[in-house]
Ligand binder design. Structure first.
Ligand code: FHN
Length: 584
Protein backbone atom coordinates (compact mmCIF):
# COMPACT_ATOMS: atom_id res chain seq x y z
CA UNK A 1 0.00 0.00 0.00
CA UNK A 2 1.26 3.45 -0.83
CA UNK A 3 0.96 6.26 1.67
CA UNK A 4 -2.13 8.46 1.39
CA UNK A 5 -0.16 11.60 0.48
CA UNK A 6 1.58 9.81 -2.33
CA UNK A 7 -1.76 8.49 -3.52
CA UNK A 8 -3.39 11.92 -3.32
CA UNK A 9 -0.56 13.42 -5.38
CA UNK A 10 -0.79 10.63 -7.89
CA UNK A 11 -4.55 11.06 -8.09
CA UNK A 12 -4.32 14.76 -8.78
CA UNK A 13 -1.70 14.17 -11.47
CA UNK A 14 -3.94 11.55 -13.01
CA UNK A 15 -6.92 13.84 -12.75
CA UNK A 16 -4.96 16.56 -14.53
CA UNK A 17 -3.97 14.03 -17.21
CA UNK A 18 -7.55 12.88 -17.60
CA UNK A 19 -8.71 16.46 -17.98
CA UNK A 20 -6.16 17.06 -20.71
CA UNK A 21 -7.09 13.81 -22.41
CA UNK A 22 -10.82 14.48 -22.26
CA UNK A 23 -10.21 17.92 -23.66
CA UNK A 24 -7.98 16.54 -26.42
CA UNK A 25 -10.26 13.72 -27.56
CA UNK A 26 -13.14 14.60 -29.84
CA UNK A 27 -16.53 13.07 -29.10
CA UNK A 28 -16.80 9.77 -30.96
CA UNK A 29 -19.00 10.12 -34.06
CA UNK A 30 -21.78 7.94 -32.63
CA UNK A 31 -22.29 10.21 -29.63
CA UNK A 32 -21.54 13.43 -31.51
CA UNK A 33 -24.37 12.34 -33.82
CA UNK A 34 -22.23 12.91 -36.89
CA UNK A 35 -22.18 9.23 -37.80
CA UNK A 36 -24.09 8.30 -40.97
CA UNK A 37 -26.41 5.29 -41.05
CA UNK A 38 -23.94 3.54 -43.32
CA UNK A 39 -21.07 4.13 -40.88
CA UNK A 40 -23.21 2.94 -38.01
CA UNK A 41 -24.22 -0.22 -39.86
CA UNK A 42 -20.56 -0.93 -40.61
CA UNK A 43 -19.61 -0.40 -36.95
CA UNK A 44 -22.44 -2.61 -35.69
CA UNK A 45 -22.03 -5.32 -38.35
CA UNK A 46 -19.97 -7.86 -36.35
CA UNK A 47 -22.21 -7.44 -33.30
CA UNK A 48 -25.40 -7.97 -35.28
CA UNK A 49 -23.93 -11.09 -36.86
CA UNK A 50 -22.66 -12.49 -33.56
CA UNK A 51 -26.06 -12.97 -31.85
CA UNK A 52 -24.52 -14.81 -28.88
CA UNK A 53 -22.02 -13.60 -26.27
CA UNK A 54 -20.69 -14.59 -22.85
CA UNK A 55 -21.16 -12.29 -19.87
CA UNK A 56 -18.74 -12.91 -16.99
CA UNK A 57 -19.41 -11.49 -13.53
CA UNK A 58 -16.24 -12.09 -11.58
CA UNK A 59 -15.00 -10.14 -8.59
CA UNK A 60 -14.26 -10.11 -4.89
CA UNK A 61 -17.86 -11.15 -4.19
CA UNK A 62 -16.93 -14.66 -5.37
CA UNK A 63 -15.05 -15.07 -2.04
CA UNK A 64 -18.09 -14.85 0.28
CA UNK A 65 -20.11 -16.52 -2.52
CA UNK A 66 -23.43 -15.46 -1.00
CA UNK A 67 -22.68 -16.08 2.70
CA UNK A 68 -21.65 -13.45 5.25
CA UNK A 69 -20.91 -14.13 8.91
CA UNK A 70 -22.48 -17.56 8.56
CA UNK A 71 -25.74 -16.28 7.08
CA UNK A 72 -26.92 -16.83 3.55
CA UNK A 73 -27.60 -13.37 2.12
CA UNK A 74 -30.58 -13.08 -0.21
CA UNK A 75 -30.42 -11.57 -3.68
CA UNK A 76 -27.78 -11.59 -6.38
CA UNK A 77 -24.29 -12.59 -5.29
CA UNK A 78 -22.37 -9.53 -6.51
CA UNK A 79 -24.59 -7.31 -4.35
CA UNK A 80 -23.62 -9.03 -1.08
CA UNK A 81 -21.71 -5.98 0.19
CA UNK A 82 -24.82 -3.84 -0.28
CA UNK A 83 -27.41 -6.36 0.86
CA UNK A 84 -25.54 -7.26 4.05
CA UNK A 85 -24.43 -3.63 4.55
CA UNK A 86 -20.85 -4.79 4.96
CA UNK A 87 -18.52 -2.00 6.14
CA UNK A 88 -15.98 -0.94 3.51
CA UNK A 89 -12.97 -2.11 5.52
CA UNK A 90 -14.46 -5.53 6.30
CA UNK A 91 -15.33 -6.18 2.66
CA UNK A 92 -11.90 -4.95 1.54
CA UNK A 93 -10.31 -7.53 3.86
CA UNK A 94 -11.60 -10.21 1.47
CA UNK A 95 -8.74 -9.22 -0.83
CA UNK A 96 -6.40 -11.24 1.38
CA UNK A 97 -8.32 -14.43 0.56
CA UNK A 98 -8.77 -13.81 -3.15
CA UNK A 99 -6.24 -15.97 -4.96
CA UNK A 100 -7.83 -17.48 -8.06
CA UNK A 101 -4.93 -19.69 -9.00
CA UNK A 102 -7.09 -21.97 -11.12
CA UNK A 103 -7.93 -19.12 -13.48
CA UNK A 104 -7.03 -20.06 -17.03
CA UNK A 105 -7.99 -17.45 -19.61
CA UNK A 106 -7.61 -19.88 -22.52
CA UNK A 107 -10.00 -22.32 -20.88
CA UNK A 108 -12.67 -19.63 -20.49
CA UNK A 109 -12.25 -18.47 -24.07
CA UNK A 110 -12.37 -22.08 -25.33
CA UNK A 111 -15.60 -22.60 -23.43
CA UNK A 112 -17.17 -19.47 -24.94
CA UNK A 113 -16.12 -20.66 -28.37
CA UNK A 114 -17.38 -24.18 -27.75
CA UNK A 115 -20.76 -22.68 -26.82
CA UNK A 116 -20.85 -20.82 -30.13
CA UNK A 117 -20.39 -17.43 -28.49
CA UNK A 118 -18.71 -14.71 -30.53
CA UNK A 119 -17.80 -12.20 -27.82
CA UNK A 120 -17.07 -11.95 -24.13
CA UNK A 121 -18.00 -9.10 -21.78
CA UNK A 122 -16.29 -9.29 -18.37
CA UNK A 123 -16.75 -7.16 -15.25
CA UNK A 124 -13.66 -4.99 -15.01
CA UNK A 125 -15.10 -3.27 -11.95
CA UNK A 126 -18.51 -3.97 -10.47
CA UNK A 127 -20.43 -1.85 -7.96
CA UNK A 128 -18.21 -3.10 -5.10
CA UNK A 129 -15.48 -0.87 -6.57
CA UNK A 130 -12.88 -3.62 -6.82
CA UNK A 131 -10.96 -3.50 -10.09
CA UNK A 132 -10.24 -6.86 -11.69
CA UNK A 133 -7.26 -5.35 -13.50
CA UNK A 134 -4.01 -3.64 -12.65
CA UNK A 135 -5.06 -0.04 -12.18
CA UNK A 136 -2.89 2.95 -11.37
CA UNK A 137 -5.93 4.92 -10.26
CA UNK A 138 -6.29 2.94 -7.01
CA UNK A 139 -4.58 0.08 -5.21
CA UNK A 140 -7.98 -1.54 -4.73
CA UNK A 141 -7.37 -3.90 -7.60
CA UNK A 142 -6.61 -7.57 -8.07
CA UNK A 143 -2.99 -7.01 -9.02
CA UNK A 144 -2.02 -4.76 -6.10
CA UNK A 145 -4.36 -5.90 -3.33
CA UNK A 146 -4.46 -9.70 -3.53
CA UNK A 147 -1.96 -12.53 -3.26
CA UNK A 148 -2.77 -13.35 -6.90
CA UNK A 149 -0.68 -10.44 -8.22
CA UNK A 150 -1.77 -11.03 -11.80
CA UNK A 151 -3.95 -9.06 -14.20
CA UNK A 152 -6.63 -11.50 -15.41
CA UNK A 153 -7.97 -9.01 -17.92
CA UNK A 154 -4.55 -8.83 -19.61
CA UNK A 155 -4.51 -12.63 -19.78
CA UNK A 156 -8.06 -12.75 -21.07
CA UNK A 157 -7.36 -10.09 -23.70
CA UNK A 158 -4.36 -12.09 -24.93
CA UNK A 159 -6.37 -15.34 -25.02
CA UNK A 160 -9.22 -13.62 -26.92
CA UNK A 161 -6.72 -12.23 -29.41
CA UNK A 162 -5.11 -15.67 -29.82
CA UNK A 163 -8.41 -17.44 -30.32
CA UNK A 164 -10.17 -14.81 -32.39
CA UNK A 165 -13.04 -13.78 -30.14
CA UNK A 166 -14.01 -10.20 -29.35
CA UNK A 167 -13.63 -8.80 -25.85
CA UNK A 168 -15.62 -6.11 -24.11
CA UNK A 169 -15.47 -4.64 -20.61
CA UNK A 170 -18.33 -4.12 -18.19
CA UNK A 171 -17.62 -1.06 -16.04
CA UNK A 172 -19.75 0.29 -13.18
CA UNK A 173 -19.13 3.98 -13.75
CA UNK A 174 -21.36 5.50 -11.06
CA UNK A 175 -21.97 2.94 -8.34
CA UNK A 176 -18.80 2.29 -6.39
CA UNK A 177 -19.32 1.23 -2.80
CA UNK A 178 -15.64 1.40 -1.91
CA UNK A 179 -14.20 4.69 -3.13
CA UNK A 180 -15.36 7.91 -1.44
CA UNK A 181 -17.94 9.72 -3.53
CA UNK A 182 -18.99 6.66 -5.51
CA UNK A 183 -22.76 6.27 -5.73
CA UNK A 184 -24.76 3.55 -3.97
CA UNK A 185 -28.37 2.82 -4.91
CA UNK A 186 -30.42 3.73 -1.83
CA UNK A 187 -27.53 5.66 -0.24
CA UNK A 188 -24.26 4.96 1.59
CA UNK A 189 -24.17 2.78 4.71
CA UNK A 190 -20.61 3.51 5.83
CA UNK A 191 -19.20 7.03 6.30
CA UNK A 192 -16.10 5.80 4.46
CA UNK A 193 -18.20 5.91 1.30
CA UNK A 194 -19.09 9.58 1.64
CA UNK A 195 -17.40 12.06 -0.65
CA UNK A 196 -17.72 14.10 -3.79
CA UNK A 197 -19.08 12.18 -6.77
CA UNK A 198 -17.51 14.60 -9.26
CA UNK A 199 -14.14 13.87 -7.70
CA UNK A 200 -14.86 10.13 -7.77
CA UNK A 201 -15.70 10.19 -11.47
CA UNK A 202 -12.67 12.36 -12.19
CA UNK A 203 -10.17 10.41 -10.09
CA UNK A 204 -11.37 6.81 -10.41
CA UNK A 205 -13.86 6.27 -13.23
CA UNK A 206 -12.22 8.42 -15.90
CA UNK A 207 -8.66 7.14 -15.39
CA UNK A 208 -9.83 3.54 -15.11
CA UNK A 209 -11.90 3.69 -18.27
CA UNK A 210 -8.91 5.27 -19.99
CA UNK A 211 -6.71 2.39 -18.77
CA UNK A 212 -9.23 -0.17 -19.97
CA UNK A 213 -9.41 1.41 -23.39
CA UNK A 214 -5.63 1.84 -23.69
CA UNK A 215 -3.87 -1.13 -22.15
CA UNK A 216 -5.80 -4.17 -23.39
CA UNK A 217 -5.58 -4.09 -27.16
CA UNK A 218 -8.74 -3.97 -29.20
CA UNK A 219 -11.82 -3.56 -27.01
CA UNK A 220 -15.07 -4.23 -28.82
CA UNK A 221 -17.65 -3.12 -26.24
CA UNK A 222 -17.84 -0.87 -23.22
CA UNK A 223 -20.75 -2.13 -21.14
CA UNK A 224 -21.73 0.62 -18.70
CA UNK A 225 -24.03 -0.20 -15.79
CA UNK A 226 -26.45 1.52 -13.40
CA UNK A 227 -26.06 5.28 -13.88
CA UNK A 228 -27.10 5.97 -10.27
CA UNK A 229 -26.85 9.77 -9.61
CA UNK A 230 -24.89 10.22 -12.85
CA UNK A 231 -25.09 13.79 -14.18
CA UNK A 232 -24.70 14.89 -17.79
CA UNK A 233 -21.47 16.69 -16.84
CA UNK A 234 -20.06 13.49 -15.36
CA UNK A 235 -21.12 11.42 -18.37
CA UNK A 236 -19.50 14.04 -20.57
CA UNK A 237 -16.12 13.35 -19.01
CA UNK A 238 -16.38 9.66 -19.89
CA UNK A 239 -17.77 9.80 -23.41
CA UNK A 240 -14.67 11.31 -25.11
CA UNK A 241 -12.60 8.36 -23.87
CA UNK A 242 -14.51 6.10 -26.24
CA UNK A 243 -12.57 7.70 -29.09
CA UNK A 244 -9.57 5.69 -27.81
CA UNK A 245 -11.21 2.64 -29.41
CA UNK A 246 -12.59 3.58 -32.79
CA UNK A 247 -15.53 1.37 -33.66
CA UNK A 248 -16.34 0.55 -30.03
CA UNK A 249 -19.94 -0.31 -29.20
CA UNK A 250 -21.59 0.95 -26.00
CA UNK A 251 -24.86 0.19 -24.30
CA UNK A 252 -27.59 2.48 -23.01
CA UNK A 253 -26.53 2.45 -19.35
CA UNK A 254 -24.07 5.34 -19.12
CA UNK A 255 -26.82 7.78 -18.31
CA UNK A 256 -27.98 10.65 -20.55
CA UNK A 257 -26.55 9.12 -23.76
CA UNK A 258 -28.59 6.48 -25.58
CA UNK A 259 -25.56 4.40 -26.58
CA UNK A 260 -25.78 1.81 -29.32
CA UNK A 261 -27.71 -1.00 -27.71
CA UNK A 262 -30.71 -1.45 -25.44
CA UNK A 263 -30.24 -3.95 -22.65
CA UNK A 264 -33.33 -5.85 -21.53
CA UNK A 265 -32.22 -7.66 -18.39
CA UNK A 266 -33.46 -11.13 -17.49
CA UNK A 267 -36.25 -11.03 -20.08
CA UNK A 268 -36.86 -11.34 -23.78
CA UNK A 269 -38.93 -8.49 -25.20
CA UNK A 270 -42.20 -9.70 -26.70
CA UNK A 271 -41.50 -8.49 -30.24
CA UNK A 272 -37.98 -7.07 -30.14
CA UNK A 273 -37.23 -3.39 -29.66
CA UNK A 274 -38.22 -1.64 -32.86
CA UNK A 275 -35.31 0.00 -34.66
CA UNK A 276 -32.89 -0.22 -31.74
CA UNK A 277 -30.16 -2.84 -31.53
CA UNK A 278 -30.71 -4.82 -28.37
CA UNK A 279 -29.17 -7.52 -26.26
CA UNK A 280 -30.89 -9.53 -23.56
CA UNK A 281 -28.51 -10.20 -20.68
CA UNK A 282 -29.45 -13.16 -18.53
CA UNK A 283 -28.17 -15.29 -15.70
CA UNK A 284 -27.74 -19.02 -16.20
CA UNK A 285 -29.02 -19.64 -12.65
CA UNK A 286 -30.40 -16.80 -10.48
CA UNK A 287 -27.25 -14.81 -9.78
CA UNK A 288 -24.65 -12.96 -11.83
CA UNK A 289 -21.76 -13.24 -9.34
CA UNK A 290 -21.02 -16.70 -7.93
CA UNK A 291 -23.16 -17.99 -5.04
CA UNK A 292 -22.15 -21.37 -3.74
CA UNK A 293 -25.73 -22.49 -3.08
CA UNK A 294 -27.57 -21.20 -6.14
CA UNK A 295 -28.32 -24.30 -8.13
CA UNK A 296 -31.35 -23.09 -10.03
CA UNK A 297 -29.68 -23.77 -13.37
CA UNK A 298 -31.71 -23.19 -16.51
CA UNK A 299 -31.86 -26.35 -18.59
CA UNK A 300 -29.79 -26.34 -21.79
CA UNK A 301 -33.01 -26.66 -23.82
CA UNK A 302 -34.27 -23.39 -22.32
CA UNK A 303 -30.99 -21.66 -23.15
CA UNK A 304 -31.14 -22.88 -26.76
CA UNK A 305 -34.75 -21.79 -27.14
CA UNK A 306 -34.00 -18.42 -25.53
CA UNK A 307 -31.22 -17.88 -28.05
CA UNK A 308 -33.55 -18.77 -30.92
CA UNK A 309 -36.36 -16.62 -29.53
CA UNK A 310 -34.00 -13.65 -29.21
CA UNK A 311 -32.54 -14.11 -32.70
CA UNK A 312 -36.08 -14.39 -34.11
CA UNK A 313 -36.75 -10.92 -32.70
CA UNK A 314 -33.49 -9.44 -33.99
CA UNK A 315 -31.52 -9.33 -30.73
CA UNK A 316 -28.39 -10.76 -29.12
CA UNK A 317 -28.17 -13.10 -26.13
CA UNK A 318 -25.55 -12.23 -23.52
CA UNK A 319 -25.54 -15.24 -21.25
CA UNK A 320 -23.76 -14.96 -17.91
CA UNK A 321 -21.38 -17.19 -16.03
CA UNK A 322 -20.18 -16.46 -12.48
CA UNK A 323 -16.74 -17.99 -11.83
CA UNK A 324 -15.66 -19.00 -8.32
CA UNK A 325 -13.00 -17.33 -6.18
CA UNK A 326 -10.57 -19.96 -7.45
CA UNK A 327 -11.18 -18.81 -11.00
CA UNK A 328 -13.30 -21.74 -12.12
CA UNK A 329 -16.51 -21.54 -14.13
CA UNK A 330 -18.95 -23.79 -12.24
CA UNK A 331 -19.39 -27.21 -13.83
CA UNK A 332 -23.20 -26.93 -14.31
CA UNK A 333 -22.58 -23.80 -16.42
CA UNK A 334 -19.87 -25.57 -18.41
CA UNK A 335 -22.13 -28.55 -19.13
CA UNK A 336 -24.96 -26.32 -20.29
CA UNK A 337 -22.80 -24.11 -22.46
CA UNK A 338 -21.31 -27.17 -24.12
CA UNK A 339 -24.81 -28.49 -24.82
CA UNK A 340 -25.83 -25.16 -26.38
CA UNK A 341 -22.61 -25.36 -28.41
CA UNK A 342 -23.57 -28.79 -29.73
CA UNK A 343 -26.85 -27.39 -31.01
CA UNK A 344 -25.05 -24.36 -32.47
CA UNK A 345 -22.43 -26.50 -34.20
CA UNK A 346 -25.24 -28.07 -36.23
CA UNK A 347 -27.65 -25.14 -36.49
CA UNK A 348 -25.48 -22.02 -36.19
CA UNK A 349 -26.31 -21.06 -39.77
CA UNK A 350 -29.88 -20.40 -38.60
CA UNK A 351 -28.69 -17.99 -35.87
CA UNK A 352 -25.53 -16.13 -36.94
CA UNK A 353 -26.06 -13.11 -39.19
CA UNK A 354 -29.80 -13.68 -39.28
CA UNK A 355 -32.42 -10.97 -38.92
CA UNK A 356 -35.79 -10.97 -37.22
CA UNK A 357 -38.74 -13.11 -38.27
CA UNK A 358 -41.08 -11.52 -40.81
CA UNK A 359 -44.02 -13.14 -38.96
CA UNK A 360 -45.71 -11.92 -35.79
CA UNK A 361 -46.15 -15.29 -34.15
CA UNK A 362 -45.88 -18.91 -35.22
CA UNK A 363 -47.59 -21.55 -33.15
CA UNK A 364 -44.95 -24.23 -33.71
CA UNK A 365 -41.84 -22.22 -32.83
CA UNK A 366 -39.81 -19.36 -34.25
CA UNK A 367 -38.37 -18.06 -37.52
CA UNK A 368 -35.12 -16.33 -38.39
CA UNK A 369 -34.23 -14.93 -41.77
CA UNK A 370 -31.24 -14.36 -44.05
CA UNK A 371 -32.40 -12.47 -47.14
CA UNK A 372 -34.65 -14.81 -49.12
CA UNK A 373 -34.01 -17.76 -46.82
CA UNK A 374 -36.22 -18.46 -43.82
CA UNK A 375 -35.15 -20.75 -40.98
CA UNK A 376 -38.08 -22.28 -39.15
CA UNK A 377 -37.16 -23.46 -35.66
CA UNK A 378 -39.71 -26.14 -34.80
CA UNK A 379 -40.23 -26.43 -31.02
CA UNK A 380 -43.52 -28.36 -31.24
CA UNK A 381 -44.33 -30.54 -34.22
CA UNK A 382 -47.99 -29.92 -35.18
CA UNK A 383 -50.03 -33.13 -34.84
CA UNK A 384 -50.69 -33.27 -38.57
CA UNK A 385 -47.01 -32.59 -39.27
CA UNK A 386 -47.86 -29.54 -41.39
CA UNK A 387 -46.24 -26.16 -40.85
CA UNK A 388 -48.50 -23.38 -42.09
CA UNK A 389 -46.83 -20.06 -42.88
CA UNK A 390 -48.92 -16.95 -43.63
CA UNK A 391 -46.91 -16.31 -46.81
CA UNK A 392 -47.98 -15.48 -50.33
CA UNK A 393 -44.40 -15.76 -51.70
CA UNK A 394 -43.37 -18.58 -53.99
CA UNK A 395 -41.21 -21.19 -52.32
CA UNK A 396 -38.30 -22.60 -54.28
CA UNK A 397 -37.74 -25.47 -51.87
CA UNK A 398 -37.62 -26.60 -48.25
CA UNK A 399 -35.51 -29.12 -46.35
CA UNK A 400 -34.34 -29.90 -42.86
CA UNK A 401 -31.08 -28.06 -42.17
CA UNK A 402 -29.49 -31.41 -41.32
CA UNK A 403 -30.75 -33.11 -44.50
CA UNK A 404 -30.18 -30.72 -47.41
CA UNK A 405 -30.72 -33.46 -50.02
CA UNK A 406 -34.17 -34.50 -48.83
CA UNK A 407 -36.73 -32.00 -50.11
CA UNK A 408 -39.86 -31.48 -48.00
CA UNK A 409 -43.23 -31.25 -49.76
CA UNK A 410 -44.47 -27.66 -50.09
CA UNK A 411 -47.98 -26.51 -51.02
CA UNK A 412 -49.26 -23.01 -51.75
CA UNK A 413 -52.85 -22.23 -50.79
CA UNK A 414 -54.97 -19.19 -49.90
CA UNK A 415 -53.96 -19.62 -46.29
CA UNK A 416 -50.31 -19.48 -47.24
CA UNK A 417 -47.52 -21.99 -47.57
CA UNK A 418 -47.73 -25.44 -46.03
CA UNK A 419 -44.64 -27.58 -45.45
CA UNK A 420 -44.93 -31.26 -44.61
CA UNK A 421 -42.59 -32.42 -41.86
CA UNK A 422 -41.20 -35.93 -41.51
CA UNK A 423 -42.84 -38.24 -38.93
CA UNK A 424 -40.07 -37.72 -36.41
CA UNK A 425 -37.88 -34.70 -36.00
CA UNK A 426 -34.16 -35.06 -35.36
CA UNK A 427 -33.95 -32.50 -32.53
CA UNK A 428 -36.56 -32.35 -29.73
CA UNK A 429 -35.27 -28.93 -28.63
CA UNK A 430 -35.47 -27.22 -32.02
CA UNK A 431 -35.34 -28.75 -35.47
CA UNK A 432 -34.48 -26.25 -38.19
CA UNK A 433 -36.31 -26.24 -41.52
CA UNK A 434 -34.70 -24.17 -44.29
CA UNK A 435 -37.20 -22.50 -46.62
CA UNK A 436 -35.81 -21.00 -49.80
CA UNK A 437 -38.09 -18.30 -51.22
CA UNK A 438 -38.20 -16.86 -54.70
CA UNK A 439 -37.64 -13.27 -53.59
CA UNK A 440 -38.61 -11.30 -50.48
CA UNK A 441 -41.08 -12.84 -48.02
CA UNK A 442 -44.61 -11.53 -48.65
CA UNK A 443 -46.48 -12.00 -45.41
CA UNK A 444 -50.26 -12.42 -45.35
CA UNK A 445 -51.70 -10.39 -42.51
CA UNK A 446 -54.01 -12.83 -40.81
CA UNK A 447 -56.89 -11.11 -38.99
CA UNK A 448 -57.60 -12.09 -35.39
CA UNK A 449 -60.50 -14.56 -35.36
CA UNK A 450 -63.02 -15.70 -32.75
CA UNK A 451 -61.97 -18.52 -30.48
CA UNK A 452 -63.88 -21.71 -29.74
CA UNK A 453 -66.53 -20.14 -27.48
CA UNK A 454 -67.01 -17.30 -29.94
CA UNK A 455 -64.93 -14.73 -28.00
CA UNK A 456 -62.69 -12.41 -29.98
CA UNK A 457 -59.58 -11.73 -27.92
CA UNK A 458 -57.51 -8.83 -29.23
CA UNK A 459 -54.17 -9.19 -27.47
CA UNK A 460 -51.44 -6.59 -27.31
CA UNK A 461 -49.10 -8.90 -29.28
CA UNK A 462 -51.49 -8.81 -32.24
CA UNK A 463 -52.01 -5.05 -32.18
CA UNK A 464 -50.51 -2.53 -34.50
CA UNK A 465 -49.18 0.24 -32.27
CA UNK A 466 -49.29 3.59 -34.01
CA UNK A 467 -47.05 6.42 -32.76
CA UNK A 468 -43.55 6.88 -31.46
CA UNK A 469 -43.78 6.16 -27.75
CA UNK A 470 -46.14 3.32 -26.91
CA UNK A 471 -44.72 -0.16 -27.42
CA UNK A 472 -45.16 -3.78 -26.55
CA UNK A 473 -43.52 -4.80 -23.30
CA UNK A 474 -43.49 -7.52 -20.70
CA UNK A 475 -43.17 -11.26 -20.66
CA UNK A 476 -45.78 -13.99 -20.63
CA UNK A 477 -48.81 -12.00 -21.65
CA UNK A 478 -47.29 -8.75 -22.96
CA UNK A 479 -49.02 -5.37 -22.89
CA UNK A 480 -48.97 -2.06 -24.68
CA UNK A 481 -46.90 0.12 -22.35
CA UNK A 482 -44.75 3.26 -22.35
CA UNK A 483 -47.99 4.94 -23.45
CA UNK A 484 -46.91 8.41 -22.42
CA UNK A 485 -47.95 10.10 -25.63
CA UNK A 486 -51.71 10.67 -25.90
CA UNK A 487 -51.62 10.72 -29.70
CA UNK A 488 -50.37 7.10 -29.86
CA UNK A 489 -53.07 4.51 -30.37
CA UNK A 490 -53.54 0.81 -31.07
CA UNK A 491 -55.51 -0.99 -33.70
CA UNK A 492 -56.41 -4.59 -34.63
CA UNK A 493 -57.65 -6.18 -37.83
CA UNK A 494 -60.15 -8.85 -36.91
CA UNK A 495 -62.70 -11.07 -38.55
CA UNK A 496 -66.11 -12.01 -37.21
CA UNK A 497 -67.37 -15.35 -38.47
CA UNK A 498 -70.22 -15.73 -35.96
CA UNK A 499 -72.02 -12.35 -35.59
CA UNK A 500 -74.15 -11.37 -32.58
CA UNK A 501 -74.09 -9.24 -29.46
CA UNK A 502 -70.78 -9.02 -27.60
CA UNK A 503 -69.76 -7.62 -24.26
CA UNK A 504 -66.64 -5.42 -24.55
CA UNK A 505 -64.01 -5.72 -21.83
CA UNK A 506 -60.44 -4.49 -21.52
CA UNK A 507 -57.59 -5.81 -19.33
CA UNK A 508 -55.75 -2.76 -18.03
CA UNK A 509 -53.31 -1.71 -15.31
CA UNK A 510 -52.41 1.72 -13.99
CA UNK A 511 -50.11 2.77 -11.19
CA UNK A 512 -51.76 4.97 -8.51
CA UNK A 513 -51.12 8.62 -9.40
CA UNK A 514 -51.49 8.11 -13.12
CA UNK A 515 -55.23 7.36 -13.16
CA UNK A 516 -57.88 9.48 -14.85
CA UNK A 517 -57.06 8.91 -18.53
CA UNK A 518 -60.06 8.67 -20.83
CA UNK A 519 -59.93 6.42 -23.87
CA UNK A 520 -62.24 5.44 -26.69
CA UNK A 521 -62.67 1.92 -28.02
CA UNK A 522 -63.81 2.08 -31.61
CA UNK A 523 -65.54 -0.92 -33.20
CA UNK A 524 -67.09 -0.75 -36.64
CA UNK A 525 -67.86 3.01 -36.65
CA UNK A 526 -69.11 3.13 -33.04
CA UNK A 527 -67.20 4.02 -29.87
CA UNK A 528 -67.29 3.27 -26.18
CA UNK A 529 -65.46 5.39 -23.62
CA UNK A 530 -63.65 4.28 -20.53
CA UNK A 531 -61.95 6.10 -17.68
CA UNK A 532 -58.80 4.54 -16.25
CA UNK A 533 -58.95 3.81 -12.51
CA UNK A 534 -55.75 2.97 -10.70
CA UNK A 535 -54.83 -0.62 -9.91
CA UNK A 536 -52.09 -1.56 -7.42
CA UNK A 537 -49.31 -1.08 -9.99
CA UNK A 538 -48.45 -1.06 -13.69
CA UNK A 539 -48.41 -4.86 -13.46
CA UNK A 540 -51.65 -5.37 -11.55
CA UNK A 541 -54.34 -5.95 -14.18
CA UNK A 542 -58.06 -5.59 -13.82
CA UNK A 543 -60.82 -6.32 -16.35
CA UNK A 544 -63.20 -3.43 -17.02
CA UNK A 545 -66.51 -3.69 -18.89
CA UNK A 546 -67.22 -0.98 -21.44
CA UNK A 547 -70.62 -1.99 -22.81
CA UNK A 548 -72.05 -4.20 -25.53
CA UNK A 549 -71.80 -4.09 -29.30
CA UNK A 550 -74.10 -5.65 -31.85
CA UNK A 551 -72.20 -6.93 -34.85
CA UNK A 552 -74.84 -7.90 -37.36
CA UNK A 553 -72.76 -9.32 -40.18
CA UNK A 554 -69.86 -11.66 -40.58
CA UNK A 555 -66.73 -10.07 -42.05
CA UNK A 556 -63.66 -7.98 -41.35
CA UNK A 557 -63.73 -5.30 -38.63
CA UNK A 558 -61.20 -2.87 -37.21
CA UNK A 559 -60.94 -2.25 -33.47
CA UNK A 560 -59.02 0.74 -32.10
CA UNK A 561 -58.15 2.10 -28.67
CA UNK A 562 -57.43 5.83 -28.74
CA UNK A 563 -56.65 8.09 -25.77
CA UNK A 564 -58.93 11.08 -25.31
CA UNK A 565 -57.33 12.62 -22.21
CA UNK A 566 -54.16 11.78 -20.27
CA UNK A 567 -53.78 13.74 -17.03
CA UNK A 568 -51.08 11.44 -15.56
CA UNK A 569 -47.74 10.03 -16.66
CA UNK A 570 -49.17 7.43 -19.05
CA UNK A 571 -52.53 6.44 -20.49
CA UNK A 572 -52.51 2.88 -19.08
CA UNK A 573 -50.98 -0.52 -19.66
CA UNK A 574 -53.27 -2.47 -21.96
CA UNK A 575 -53.09 -6.23 -22.33
CA UNK A 576 -56.18 -6.95 -24.39
CA UNK A 577 -59.65 -5.99 -25.49
CA UNK A 578 -62.11 -8.88 -25.64
CA UNK A 579 -65.50 -9.19 -27.30
CA UNK A 580 -67.42 -11.97 -25.55
CA UNK A 581 -70.73 -13.24 -27.02
CA UNK A 582 -73.70 -12.41 -24.84
CA UNK A 583 -76.40 -15.08 -24.56
CA UNK A 584 -79.51 -13.90 -26.48
O1 FHN B 1 -26.73 -4.18 -10.53
C1 FHN B 1 -26.29 -4.85 -11.67
C2 FHN B 1 -26.25 -6.33 -11.49
O2 FHN B 1 -25.43 -6.66 -10.44
C3 FHN B 1 -25.74 -6.97 -12.77
O3 FHN B 1 -24.44 -6.54 -13.03
C4 FHN B 1 -26.64 -6.58 -13.90
C5 FHN B 1 -26.24 -7.13 -15.24
O4 FHN B 1 -26.95 -6.50 -16.23
N1 FHN B 1 -26.67 -5.12 -14.04
C6 FHN B 1 -27.10 -4.41 -12.85
C7 FHN B 1 -28.55 -4.36 -12.67
O5 FHN B 1 -29.18 -3.89 -13.80
Amino acid sequence: MRCTRHRMMRWSLLAFGALLLSAALPLPAQEAETETQEQRDARMAWWREARFGMFIHWGLYAVPAGTWEGKQIGGIGEWIMHHAKIPVADYAALTREFNPVKFDADEWVSLAKAAGMKYIIITSKHHDGFAMFDSDATDYNIHDATPFKRDPLKELAAACERRGIRLGFYYSQAQDWHHPGGAAAGGHWDPAQDGDMDAYVRDIAVPQVRELLTNYGKIAVLWWDTPVDMTREQADTLVPLLALQPGIITNNRLGVYPGDTDTPEQFIPATGMGDRDWETCMTINDTWGYKSYDSNWKPAATLVRNLIDIASKGGNYLLNVGPTAEGVIPEPSVERLKAVGEWMAVNGEAIYATTASPFRQLGFGRCTRKGDTLYLHVFDRPEDGRLVLPLSSKVAGAHLLVAPDQALAVENSEQGVTIALPETLPDPVATVVVVQLDGEPEVILVPVRQGEGGALKLSAVDAEIVGGGARLEGEGEPNVGYWTNASDYVTWNAEIQRPGVFEITAAIACEPGSEGSVYAVGIAEQSWWGKVESTKSWKDYTTVTLGTVHIAQAGKITVTVKPVRKPGMAVMNLRSVTLTPVEP
